[in-house]
Write a protein that binds this ligand. Structure first.
Ligand code: C2E
Ligand code: MG
Ligand code: MG
Ligand code: MG
Length: 278
């Protein structure tokens, strides 16, 4: 009987796995079609200089407009794009589109002249042997200055691929492309390592910003990250600023930059243009 029961459980498990596998397969098929049919959009979230409340650039964030399922967030499909290797063509679409958009704004709008565009790079992209050619290509065809481009890689990605990353980051710096460390504070970063990488900016993860003003607030971490960054001559961007209180405290800590719903959600290009560039 025990055996029977056991087998029963096994079948249920099997069925769930089957359903899950089918779902992933469907999503993969959908993703391939999405590339063909250009179903991806790039949204832009302003990054602000906190002291003067002045815009300094944007982060490009991908959106998928699925013909049947509507908007699918990057949190849902980026992991699958990574597993299937589709992140390479998708990443290239975002990079080129984001470079093109900033170049267009810089040419027609005086306010956009000195802005930067930040684009997220995933681990598969970091390991892609032709990633440098892809980046060069995007800059060449759009005519965007390399100084205007910032690439965001996560802290864990950097630490897990230290050798590949060091080489790539050095090549990016030779081109005058800037580098941000995304979601900083959430990885297992060995701080003694950090100075070896040519990083321009630390982005404090929004979980730390979020706790400012809450009963369980732990400000020591934010203060330490800030001190560390400044000692290493890096700028700091605070992610996920949602309240005036958080903003005030970050300014008190002399955090230079920030982004978050308090300033603006990520927006499609025409809305960003109307609200921030005209
Ligand atoms: P991320 O790079 O850390 O991007 C910041 C995320 O925080 C974005 O979520 C943004 O919409 C959200 N956010 C910004 N301000 C606030 C705020 O005040 N409150 C809250 N609750 N959230 C805020 P999004 O757009 O859903 O992207 C999620 C993640 O997906 C990104 O995290 C990034 O890791 C990844 N991602 C997005 N676009 C791309 C892409 O083009 N390529 C790659 N490889 N990854 C991407
Ligand atoms: Mg990012
Ligand atoms: Mg981030
Ligand atoms: Mg984050």
């Amino acid at each position: 009987r025990a055996k029977q029961k056991g087998r029963g459980r096994y079948e249920v498990f099997d069925e769930e796995m089957h359903t899950q596998a089918l779902k992933l397969l469907n999503l993969e098929t959908d993703l391939r079609r999405a590339i063909e049919n250009q179903e991806f959009l790039v949204y832009y979230q302003p990054i602000m200089a906190l002291e003067k409340t002045k815009i300094v650039g944007f982060e490009a964030l991908i959106r998928w407009q699925h013909p049947k399922k509507g908007f699918i967030s990057p949190g849902e499909f980026i992991p699958i794009a990574e597993e299937t290797g589709l992140i390479i063509p998708i990443g290239q679409i975002v990079l080129k589109e984001a470079c093109q958009q900033l170049k267009t704004w810089q040419e027609k709008l005086p306010k956009a002249k000195n802005l930067t565009i930040s684009v997220n790079l995933s681990s598969q992209q970091l390991k892609e042997p032709e990633i440098l050619q892809h980046i060069d290509h995007s800059l060449n065809v759009t005519g965007l200055q390399p100084e205007s481009l910032k690439l965001e890689i996560t802290e864990s990605l950097l630490m897990e691929n230290a050798d590949v990353a060091t080489t790539l980051l050095r090549q990016l710096k030779e081109r005058k492309i800037q580098i941000s460390l995304d979601d900083f504070g959430t990885g297992y970063s060995s701080l003694s390592y950090l100075h070896r990488f040519p990083v321009d900016t630390l982005k404090i993860d929004r979980s730390f910003v979020n706790c400012i003003g809450k009963p369980e607030e732990n400000l020591t971490i934010i203060q330490s990250i800030m001190a560390l960054a400044h000692n290493l001559d890096m700028d700091v961007v605070a992610e996920g600023i949602e309240t005036e209180k958080q903003l005030t405290f970050l300014k008190f800590l002399e955090c230079e930059f920030g982004q978050g719903y308090f300033f603006s959600k990520p927006l499609p290009s025409h809305e960003v243009e109307n609200q921030f560039l005209l």
